[in-house]
Design a protein around this ligand. Sequence first.
Ligand code: ADP
Ligand code: MG
Ligand code: MG
Length: 479
Amino acid sequence: MSQARFASCIPLPIEHKALVNVIEKARDWGLMHGVAMRDKKHFNKDVIQVAPFVLLPSPFPKTEFEKAVELQPILNELMHKVAHNDEFLEHTLQNALQVDEFTKSLYDIWVKVRNEGITQSVSLGLFRSDYLMQNTESNKIKQVEFNTVASSFGAMTSYLPTMSRYILRQLGHPDLIKNMPENKALSGLCSGITDAYDLFGVPSAVILFVVEEVSYNICDQRFHEFEIAEKRPDIMIHRKTLNEIFEETTLNDKKQLILDGRPVAVVYYRSGYEPAQYPSQREWDARLRVERSTAIKCPSIQYQLAGTKKVQQALASPGVLEKFMGSGPSTSRVRDIFTGLYSLDFDENGERAVEMGLKDAEKFVLKPQREGGGHNVYGAEVREALQRMRHSRERAAYILMERILPPLVQGYVIRPGATMPPPVVDLVSELGIFGVIIGTSEKIFHNRQVGHMLRTKLADADEGGVAAGLGALDSPYLV
Ligand code: ADP
Ligand code: MG
Ligand code: MG
């Protein structure tokens, strides 16, 4: 099927000399403002290099952008309700749990802490809802997924509009700048963390970031820390791996999580969302200790479970949204951003989905209950995987999703180490909208949309994770 195209924000190609010149400036701008990452191949803690970025902001329809922004608080609340509906989560995840050990481990912790009695009823969500435009539906946005854990790139992409404006000015197009929306994701996300801290209400308490053994995406994480340090010099922030948490924290008799003699008010997970981040029982024990504590978790374990692909699929089933949201106009607006999502359970619907996937493999994506990119199955491999799993219980760990076919736009991708100047290539963009929510099962204290991110990849790439080395940072140019 041929894909529709958007015109790039300025005519391409850019003349050779001007292109080389502006890329040079843009790379330095990015590097010097922390639009940067650590190199995975040649790791050196002291070295960062510019993160992959697209030179020109990619066009995005204004109405669809605004729709996504408006929907964010509605989606935040929906996910908050889902996370607090024990029966729904249990029922929805039931089959996947039997074959997915990782989700099962998270689930078991959730059950255990519930049975012991909840010590902290407040959850903090720093969410990101992701969208691709669907070319076959007049470029309307369709939700790719809803992230409830370690939603990244809010910090770095907050700098992207300024970088794109600088580039446009250097290229002699200052008139275009007005089409680029402000992005306050960094301060918005950090305000969520500090609001939760204030709710905790213990002046000597600290904030704990849970991090990987090696953080490649260090700028994105540190910016949060520096932002909070700047605005709230009274708050101490620690960065610890799960293994360090195992070794260095204790629970006191009030179930406070104690680190360096002080209670932890907020635990912000930037790690802990995939199996490799729990190499031994120690990491799981550390996770359990945190979940047992009074610290406000971002996300709480029920938020993390609510962010699974299986839940996303269940929400798209007939009548389910209505159960959570009633049947007003908001419900139809949410339904409108869903694309085909199908369960692969062993029942009539599951069998039908398997048939569909086998017949038209290219029209679907097969997704397991994983985060962080690189886990999905595409194209002919969908058929192979469905054939292999057809009679195996393993298939219940996956969902089948209609493949979204986004419109194309031409542009330049700038990567560290790539030959310069790069060629003009076909690209597609994925929009993410950030949301903050803080509340208990009874009451929501804060609920807001706080910013966005745009991530762009080569049109023929299946996935576009920036940290995974496939996508490039971008900012929307509203058309
Ligand atoms: P993860 O939680 O690992 O990020 P996603 O659901 O976001 O999982 O999938 C990863 C990437 O795969 C997305 O960023 C997008 O590029 C691509 N993708 C996922 N679902 C679809 C879909 N239905 N149609 C087209 N591309 C998709
Ligand atoms: Mg995700
Ligand atoms: Mg994703």
